[in-house]
Write a protein that binds this ligand. Structure first.
Ligand SMILES: Cc1cc2nc3c(=O)[nH]c(=O)nc-3n(C[C@H](O)[C@H](O)[C@H](O)COP(=O)(O)O)c2cc1C
Length: 321
């Protein structure tokens, strides 16, 4: 089997490694995205529920730190989505990734601005639809991931999406070392996306408590909240996560469940984890691969170490050396 590790999109972006940073609300800052792009991966700024001005500030911060292309991840559920897309187009960002939904209403204006579009897809049907609408690649994200998740695992989703579409597929969810990256290629992916692994990069600006929670985590330390609400998110088990799940079960057993109570309970919890390191009240979104992550090191070392291991396992020449 010959493994082609550089797809046309990554070549166009001048990347050294076929490795992407997953957009991360609050945690995916301009500084981290710039460090990853500067080192030869593709960094993404996570914009979550920010206003356009906040997004512009982080884009400019990243531009000050690198001349390399980087991307912006947009949460399609955000109320500020219109202003966020306006800023992305004004700032001539190279790539947009979209999470939590169907980006169809925004595609034409992004194409017209020459911006590459790479939506996150949790299913074959959305991947097929996105290919028809002309996107450049898709990110097939399994439920091992940190953050909001779908129903399928990376192992099952990636090969099915890879068989269904002819555009590059980037695998995400549960990738934390070179074995994971090599596995992604074996499943038919043309690149790998990591979120959790980059949270402990030296340049990651998450609170030290967040980093130390990942470094101490074991394989079984995550839990999925929002199962009943239909808004599933993987987080580390703590007081907040356990009481959320308990309240979710209680509330939805009521005759007239009050979903607003649960939404209010969740509100602001990721920011409290990322910026305040609130150990009990924060939502520490991380993936199941946390148990494998044992060190904090520069993004450049994460990328080069992972790629050295992956290329060795795949028996291909490490052309980045
Ligand atoms: C703290 C955190 C926040 C995230 N926020 C977003 C987001 O705003 N948009 C999105 O598309 N994905 C988001 N994700 C998912 C990542 O982009 C990525 O696909 C995922 O982390 C990959 O799985 P891994 O954590 O096992 O590496 C988030 C993940 C984490 C850990």
């Amino acid at each position: 089997m010959t493994v082609k590790t550089m797809n046309p999109i990554f070549e166009k972006l001048g990347m050294k490694y076929p490795i992407v940073e997953g957009g991360m609300t609050w945690a995916g800052t301009g500084a981290l995205a710039a460090a990853i792009s500067e080192a030869g991966g593709l960094g993404f700024i996570g914009t979550g529920y920010w206003h356009g001005d906040d997004v512009r500030k982080e884009i400019r911060r990243a531009k000050d730190l690198t001349d390399k292309p980087f991307g912006v991840n947009v949460m399609l559920l955000s109320r500020h989505i219109r202003e966020v897309f306006d800023v992305i187009i004004e700032e001539k960002v190279a790539v947009v990734a979209t999470g939590a939904g169907d980006p169809s209403p925004f595609l034409d204006e992004l194409y017209a601005a020459g911006i590459m579009v790479i939506p996150v897809v949790p299913s074959v049907s959305l991947a097929r639809m996105m290919e028809k609408k002309g996107v450049d690649a898709v990110i097939a994200e399994g439920m091992e991931s940190g953050g909001h998740i779908g129903m399928l695992t990376t192992m099952t989703l990636v090969p099915q999406v890879a068989d269904a579409v002819n555009i590059p597929v980037i695998a995400a969810g549960g990738i934390g070392d070179g074995r994971g990256v090599a596995a992604a290629f074996m499943l038919g992916a043309a690149g790998a996306q990591m979120g959790t692994r980059f949270l402990t990069a030296t340049e990651s600006e998450v609170h030290p408590n967040f980093k130390s929670k990942i470094l101490k985590a074991k394989d079984i330390d995550t839990i999925v909240t929002g199962n009943l609400l239909g808004n599933r998110a993987r987080v580390l088990k703590n007081k907040m996560a356990k009481s959320f799940v308990k309240n979710e079960v209680n509330e939805l057993q009521q005759k007239n469940p009050d979903v607003a109570v649960l939404v209010k309970m969740e509100s602001g919890t990721l920011r409290r984890a990322v910026q305040e390191g609130d150990k009990e009240g924060g939502a520490f979104m991380v993936g199941q691969i946390s148990g494998l992550i044992k060190d904090e090191k520069p993004a450049a070392d994460i990328l080069s170490d992972i790629w050295a291991q992956a290329s060795d396992l795949m028996g291909i020449e490490n052309t980045t050396l």
